[in-house]
Design a protein around this ligand. Structure first.
Ligand SMILES: N[C@@H](CCC(=O)N[C@@H](CS)C(=O)NCC(=O)O)C(=O)O
Length: 193
């Protein structure tokens, strides 16, 4: 199998952390392929990373689908059956990642004269809203699950692209949890470059 993606993508990082946590890292090659590359488009018409190319040539995309596939393949415990509260937390973390990417596009990629302050404000509000929600239920993030991986990669992306955000201020529980989770070999081995 091959995982196509970019080392700067939080969605790709989620899959890389998942591979490491499931002990599959050595059986899947990580191939750097930007969203507009021919190699990526050939396996994902949506032109987004990550994409997972299976040994039979089929491909899977959308990080949450890839994570579920890998978990099933490895007989892992990242998605305990019936744990819908964990799935909600996973979606919550995903919402923060989505908002962070939209904010990054608006504040970095879009030419300055076209930037939309209202959009920047809304995406920033979403990120803070998720951070507050997760601070309130950080105790439930304990085990290594799809939700924990999503949240850790979301926070890692904030540190990477929005280092001045100060998301730890007023959120001591989340900050402590992240410090612990970040020390895992899966996180250390997939740091953004
Ligand atoms: N829901 C998708 C989102 C993937 C995504 O947006 N990836 C970004 C990189 S961080 C990308 O490829 N962006 C290119 C584009 O949207 O044109 C997933 O979870 O895999």
């Amino acid at each position: 199998m091959k995982l196509l993606g970019s080392p700067t993508s939080p969605y790709v990082r989620k899959c890389r952390v998942t591979l490491a946590e499931l002990g599959l890292a050595d059986s899947v090659a990580f191939v750097v392929a930007p969203p507009t590359s021919d190699e990526l488009i050939a396996v994902n018409p949506v032109m987004k990373v990550p994409a997972l190319v299976l040994d039979n040539g089929d491909s899977l995309f959308d990080s949450r689908m890839i994570m579920r596939y890998l978990n099933e393949k490895a007989g892992g415990k990242l998605y305990p059956a019936g744990d819908w509260a964990m799935v909600r937390r996973e979606s919550t973390a995903e919402g923060m990642i989505d908002a962070s990417l939209l904010l990054r596009m608006e504040t970095f990629a879009r030419p300055e004269q076209f930037r939309w302050d209202g959009w920047i404000e809304t995406q920033s509000k979403k990120i803070n809203s998720v951070l507050d929600a997760m601070e309130a239920e950080v105790g439930t993030l304990g085990n290594v699950t799809g939700a924990a991986i999503g949240m850790a990669c979301g926070l890692g992306y904030l540190d990477f692209r929005f280092a001045d955000w100060g998301w730890r201020n007023g959120r001591p529980g989340l900050a402590k949890w992240f410090e612990g989770f970040s020390a895992r070999a899966s996180m250390q081995g997939s740091k953004h470059e």
